[in-house]
Design a protein around this ligand. Structure first.
Ligand SMILES: Nc1nc2c(ncn2[C@@H]2O[C@H](COP(=O)(O)OP(=O)(O)O)[C@@H](O)[C@H]2O)c(=O)[nH]1
Ligand SMILES: [Mg+2]
Length: 308
């Protein structure tokens, strides 16, 4: 089995793929380097093959038809056997020279997921000019840290190392760029051992474009927040909904109660019916919260037993 596999998802990265492969090859010559191509329209696949041949690199080119980084990594996680996995971008933004720090955390400290943290030493803010992107990042980060009582700096970093244990027990259900957040959530929720190491981040070289669209992904951030609550904290989510409907119910019932106490008769019949409906919805949401909370508890229990 390979000691280390370096996974490079690549979608139209002809400008930077070769340099990225070589930079990692230079640091860890024995590692298996895996490029996962996803219907690239440029020479990405060809460049991967040629670079492997030219430098006699222990490399594999995987192809995944379903578009998205999540799909690409999912395929690689299933297909590739290694003791330690590293994931990085194929765009020369992450420092290959720091890969040893990530690998050593997995190897010697029994860490399951080591995150290369772009935010702690300020290089990301300096290099990355997309302000909205940083805003979305910190919104989700703060929420996650509150909900999981954790202290992760860079929840969306694409530079990480994983233990085999993590890789083989991580069901990837996301298709695209939600991947990194999902990894962090899964690791926190299932209480894997996490460590962060500050890394240097460089913006893409001129001419190379990010595959991330700020507007689309801003919307995805909102979806992510919604999903976090729904899947990981259903009790809070449904209790909040239940509370909203309870408040509406109480507001609608004020005139109804007023009628009853002053006239011993109810004149606001439609309002009384509305209040009843709102009250029932509130109860339904609350019950749902309790039920889904039990289900999420059971799934955690089952996961713990399965991964003992
Ligand atoms: N296989 C595959 N890789 C992708 C896809 N989208 C992005 N990537 C790769 O994932 C990495 C991260 O994407 P990037 O555009 O750099 O995102 P950013 O670092 O957040 O700006 C890069 O190496 C991309 O080539 C995709 O649909 N399929
Ligand atoms: Mg990138």
């Amino acid at each position: 089995m390979n000691e280390v596999a370096i996974l490079l998802p690549a979608f139209n990265e002809e400008l930077t793929l070769k340099d990225t492969i070589l930079s990692f090859f230079h640091e860890v010559p024995k590692a298996l380097i895996v490029v996962i191509d996803n219907n690239s329209k440029d020479k990405t696949a060809q460049i991967a093959k040629e670079t492997f041949e030219e430098y006699n690199i222990n490399g594999i080119l995987l192809r995944e038809n379903r578009q998205g980084k999540g799909n690409a990594i999912r395929y690689a996680f299933k297909k590739i056997d290694a003791k330690i996995y590293v994931m990085a971008d194929a765009d020369m933004t992450y420092p290959a020279f720091q890969v040893h720090e990530l690998i050593n955390a997995i190897k010697y400290e029994d860490i399951d997921m080591c995150i290369g943290d772009r935010l702690s030493n300020g290089t990301y803010e300096k290099e990355n000019t997309r302000a909205l992107h940083s805003f979305g990042n910190s919104l989700v980060k703060n929420l996650v840290n509150k909900l999981f009582a954790s202290n992760i700096n860079d929840i969306m970093s694409g530079y990480r190392a994983f233990s085999r244990h993590f890789v083989k027990h991580y069901p990837i259900l996301v298709e695209g760029f939600e991947l990194e957040t999902d990894m962090s959530l899964h690791a926190l929720d299932k209480r894997f051992r996490i460590k962060e190491i500050p890394i240097e981040y460089k913006d893409r070289p001129d001419g190379s474009l990010s595959k991330l669209n700020t507007f689309d992904d801003g919307f995805k951030v909102l979806l992510t927040i919604f999903r976090i609550f729904r899947y990981y904290r259903p009790f809070i989510f449904f209790t909040i909904l239940s509370f909203v409907f309870l408040v509406l119910c109480l507001i609608c019932s004020i005139p109804v109660f007023d009628d009853w106490f002053t006239h011993k008769y109810i004149y606001h019949v439609p309002l009384a019916i509305l209040a009843t409906g709102l009250g029932l919805i509130s109860i339904i949401f609350f019950s749902l919260g309790i039920m889904l909370d039990s289900i999420s508890h059971l799934s955690k229990l089952e996961f713990e037993q399965r991964t003992l």
